[in-house]
Design a protein around this ligand. Structure first.
Ligand SMILES: Cc1cc2nc3c(=O)[nH]c(=O)nc-3n(C[C@H](O)[C@H](O)[C@H](O)COP(=O)(O)O)c2cc1C
Length: 387
């Protein structure tokens, strides 16, 4: 079982995570993790905090000479902007935040709950996802994310070249859409407002059979939805066609299956192909070998420079909600977070299925499972032929 917990407050001394169940034998590439952390800090529309932090990971356990040992891996990120004990208690809770419900729930001030609810925590989720990607890349599984809509402006991908996304100020794969999106962010900022959007993550190269149909909590689509929905400010998650599937007749939703005559022995799909991928790579909670497509809706940030209506907690009289330095738009960052959260869930499904304590064991299990499936398909074919 691959799992992790995070700890740390937004303005505390540091953020820490312990990742357990990560296989041995993988070079822990710090620079790759730091690169992903840098991408999370970027994107047009972020606030001043990102200029104060330079997220770099400290690995405090679980490696020997830079290679994972299978023991728990502790990752730590220092906060440059560590000033928690000096920060004031806000007097008026912000709508759309944990401020009021969390203070009632934990019987504390607003500061204690907002510090932990803050999306600063997502730096750890990106670090953990980047770690997971180090395993996935050994298995030739690729995960990438991008922004497909922002502030109501659609940016459907016009390319799969990730250099285009990395050159985009708003992490789209559609350079033509970028200037209008940037202009919309500027306009929102000038009005003291904020913008949300839609992000997508795509996973290619997954073997058939990750997840399972036999129990609700083993279904991969369910596990992905839980993980992505748990990201701060994510309000909707779809797999494949998602909600749009409800609007179409079945003939325009089910993916036809065909078979190619010449089958590459290494082909993870055993020659079975689907010309469409409305299922988004998952049928019955199980990967079918097509790309996995996860879409997530991020709400606009609730802390408004124009300050939304609220009440003073002492007098209960109307008072504008507290304003603390904030992002105008964090949708590009959300695309990096969703990508890495998805990567972790895929790695976790792999460790579950191939029960691997080491990279070598996982690779061997994938090979033998592939052989087993090929034999099964041949036998199945014979049984059908014989009636
Ligand atoms: C990358 C990222 C950055 C965020 N930055 C801010 C921010 O600067 N200010 C803010 O009020 N909310 C920000 N949020 C959203 C809040 O963390 C989130 O809305 C809040 O914790 C309440 O949780 P909920 O929206 O999931 O209910 C950000 C979210 C993400 C994913």
């Amino acid at each position: 079982m691959l799992r992790y917990l995070t700890a740390g407050e937004s303005h505390g001394p540091a953020l820490t995570t312990i990742v357990e169940g990560f296989p041995s034998g993988i070079v822990l590439d710090h620079e790759f993790i730091n690169f992903e952390l840098k991408r999370r800090q970027g994107g047009y529309g972020r606030g001043k905090r990102q200029t104060l932090e330079t997220d770099r990971i400290f690995v405090e356990s679980g490696t020997y000479q830079g290679i994972t040992t299978g023991a728990p891996i502790t990752l730590r990120l220092a906060n440059n902007d560590a000033k928690l004990e000096r920060l004031q208690q806000p007097a008026s809770p912000r709508g759309g935040h944990i401020d009021l419900a969390g203070s009632i729930n934990y019987q504390t001030g607003i500061r204690q709950v907002l510090e932990r609810a803050s999306a600063r925590e997502t730096a750890l989720r990106v670090a953990v996802g980047a770690l997971a990607k180090l395993l996935l890349r050994e298995l030739h599984i690729q995960v990438y994310g991008y922004v497909s809509e922002l502030g109501g402006i659609a940016a459907p991908p016009t390319t799969t070249d990730l250099a285009v996304r990395d050159a985009s100020p708003v992490y789209t794969l559609n350079p033509e859409a970028d200037p209008s999106i940037v202009a919309a962010i500027d306009a929102a900022k000038a009005a003291g407002d904020t913008l949300g959007g839609i992000v997508e993550a795509v996973v290619t190269g997954c073997p058939v059979g990750l997840g399972s149909h036999v129990q609700w909590d083993r279904k991969l689509d369910a596990r992905l939805a839980l993980a992505v929905m748990s990201i701060q400010a994510i309000k909707g998650v779809e797999i494949g066609l998602g909600i749009e599937a409800a609007r179409r007749p079945g003939s325009q939703v089910m993916d036809p299956i065909r078979h190619e005559d010449v089958v590459d022995p290494e082909d993870p799909r055993f020659g079975f192909r689907r010309p469409t991928n409305n299922a988004g790579g998952i049928e019955g909670g199980t990967t079918n070998g097509e790309p996995i497509i996860v879409r997530a809706a991020k709400k606009p940030i609730s802390t408004l420079a124009a300050r939304g209506p609220s009440v003073n907690m002492a007098t209960k009289a109307p008072q504008p909600a507290t304003y603390e330095r904030s992002d105008v738009c964090a949708v590009p960052a959300a695309s990096v977070i969703v990508e890495n959260v998805v990567a972790f869930e895929i790695a976790s499904a792999i460790v579950d299925k191939y029960v691997g304590t080491s990279l070598g064991a996982i690779k061997a299990a994938i090979r033998s499972m592939h052989e087993l499936a090929r034999t099964h398909l041949e036998e199945w074919g014979k049984t059908v032929a014989n009636g």
